[in-house]
Ligand binder design. Structure first.
Ligand SMILES: NC(=O)c1ccc[n+]([C@@H]2O[C@H](COP(=O)([O-])OP(=O)(O)OC[C@H]3O[C@@H](n4cnc5c(N)ncnc54)[C@H](O)[C@@H]3O)[C@@H](O)[C@H]2O)c1
Length: 375
C-alpha cells in the first residue's frame, strides 16, 4: 500500500477552512502543514486539525514541510507565485479561484505544472451543486438538444465582501471585482454545461456605481483579517459580458457585488434545440426546472437531485488525480480558458470594443491574444 499523502494549506480564511475540512475527510491524507499570517487562527486551526508544521509565511511551508499536495487559499495576487514555487518544489497544487490576477499569470501556472509533471487543479466548487450535476446529465442524454444560448449570473444586491477596505476591492490583490470573485463561478458553470465550446469574442461593460461611494457593503468575506482600514474602491461592482462561441452559441454573463434591485439573484438559464432548463439558487431553495419535447409535445422533466458537492469533492478529486498521477485535464488548462475570458471582459470594457479570442490574431511567441490586444 502506498503511503499517505502529506498535505498543507495556505490561508486561514473561509476558503482555507474548506480545504482543511476536505483533506480531513479525504482518505489516505495526513494534514501536516498550515500557513497564514494571523497568529491566533493559525494556532487554533492547527490545533483543531492536529497539524504539526505552522508558518506565518507560505514560502517556509513550501520549503520545509515536505509536502506532496498543497492548497493555495490566499488572495488572488499570490495564487500564481505560490503555485509556481510549489510546483517547482515538486508539490501538486489545488488553488482557489480566480486562477490568477490575469491570464498571463495563469499561464505561468499551467506551464509550471507541465514542466514539472505535477497536478494543478483550480477549485470551481459551485459546479458540483446538485442542480448543475443533474442538468449536465440531462444535456448529456440529449434531452435539451444543442445548447445555443445561455444566461448566467450572480447578482448580489448589497454584497461587497468584507466592506470596502480589504483585499477584495484592491485591484493589485484581487485583480478585479465581482467578475473575479463570483462571476468566474457562473462562467465556469455555464461553459461546463454548454460543453466547453471555445470562445470567439467577448463584448463587455463594467461599472462601479456603489463601491466608490462607500455603499453596497455586505457580510460576505469578512475574512481572516476581520475589518480592515478603508482603501479606495478600485474595482468594478457590476460586470456584464456577451460571449460568442466558435460553434455559434452565445452566453450572457453578469455578476455584481452591489446593485439597486433589492435582492440577490443567482442563476443559469439554458436554451437548447430540444428544450431548456432554469437553475436558480435563490430563497427559499435551490431549484432546477427543465423541459424537453417528445414527438413534438412539450414535456416537463422531473430530474432527481443527488447531494450537492463542494470543496470536499474538489479536494477528493484532486487527491485522486495525484494518487493516480492522472495529468489529463488536471494541469489547469480549463481554468486558463476562464482567465482568458475574464481578461477579455476587462479589456473589452476598458476599450469599449469587442475582443477576439479565436481564431487568435498573430502575436509574438509567449503572449496571450488578449494581453496583446490590450496594448
Ligand atoms: N471557491 C469558493 O467558494 C471561495 C469562497 C471564498 C473565497 N474563495 C477564494 O479563496 C481565496 C481566499 O479567500 P478568503 O475569503 O479565504 O480570504 P481571507 O482574506 O479570509 O484569507 C486569506 C488568507 O491568506 C493568507 N495569506 C496572505 N498572504 C500570505 C502569505 N504571504 N503567507 C501565508 N499566508 C498568507 C492570510 O494570512 C489569510 O489567512 C481567494 O482567492 C477567494 O477568491 C473561494
Amino acid at each position: 500500500m502506498s503511503r499517505n499523502l502529506r498535505a498543507g494549506v495556505i490561508g486561514l480564511g473561509w476558503a482555507g477552512q474548506q480545504h482543511l475540512d476536505g483533506y480531513q475527510r479525504a482518505a489516505g491524507v495526513d494534514l501536516v502543514g498550515l500557513a497564514g499570517m494571523e497568529p491566533e487562527p493559525l494556532q487554533r486551526l492547527a490545533d483543531e486539525y492536529g497539524i504539526e508544521h505552522r508558518y506565518a509565511d507560505w514560502a517556509d511551508l513550501v520549503k520545509d514541510a515536505d509536502l506532496d499536495v498543497v492548497s493555495v487559499c490566499t488572495p488572488p495576487s499570490l495564487h500564481a507565485p505560490i503555485t509556481v514555487a510549489a510546483l517547482e518544489a515538486g508539490i501538486n497544487v489545488l488553488s482557489e479561484k480566480p486562477m490568477a490576477l490575469d491570464a498571463a499569470s495563469a499561464r505561468t501556472m499551467v506551464d509550471a505544472a507541465k514542466a514539472n509533471g505535477k497536478i494543478l487543479d483550480i477549485s470551481f466548487n459551485h459546479r458540483r451543486k446538485a442542480e448543475v450535476t443533474a442538468a449536465k446529465d440531462l444535456i448529456d442524454k440529449g434531452l435539451l438538444g444543442d445548447i445555443y444560448y445561455a444566461k448566467a449570473g450572480w447578482m448580489r444586491h448589497n454584497g461587497i465582501p468584507g466592506g470596502v477596505g480589504n483585499w477584495f476591492s484592491r485591484k493589485a490583490t484581487s485583480g478585479g471585482g465581482p467578475l473575479m470573485d463570483i462571476g468566474v463561478h457562473m462562467l465556469d458553470m455555464a461553459l461546463h454545461l454548454m460543453g466547453e465550446p471555445s470562445v470567439q469574442t467577448v463584448t463587455a461593460s463594467t461599472y462601479a456605481a456603489f463601491g466608490p461611494r462607500g455603499r453596497g457593503r455586505g457580510q460576505y468575506g469578512a475574512g481572516a483579517h476581520g475589518a480592515a482600514e478603508p482603501v479606495d474602491f478600485e474595482v468594478e461592482d457590476l460586470a456584464t459580458a456577451f460571449v460568442r462561441m466558435d460553434n455559434g452559441a452565445t452566453l450572457l454573463l453578469e455578476s455584481s457585488w452591489a446593485q439597486g434591485v433589492g435582492h440577490d439573484d443567482m442563476y443559469v438559464t439554458l436554451f437548447g434545440t430540444e428544450g431548456g432548463a432554469e437553475l436558480t439558487w435563490n430563497p427559499p431553495a435551490p431549484q432546477l426546472r427543465a423541459w424537453t419535447t417528445i414527438d413534438g409535445v412539450d414535456a416537463s422533466l422531473n430530474p432527481q437531485l443527488g447531494l450537492s458537492g463542494g470543496h470536499a469533492e474538489a479536494v477528493a478529486d484532486f487527491v485522486a488525480a495525484v494518487r493516480d498521477h492522472n495529468l489529463d485535464g488536471h494541469q489547469g488548462e480549463e481554468a486558463l480558458t476562464r482567465s482568458l475570458i475574464v481578461d477579455a471582459t476587462y479589456h473589452s470594457a476598458a476599450e469599449s470594443t469587442e475582443i477576439r479570442l479565436s481564431p487568435a490574431p498573430p502575436q509574438p511567441a509567449g503572449q496571450d491574444a488578449v494581453v496583446r490586444t490590450a496594448g
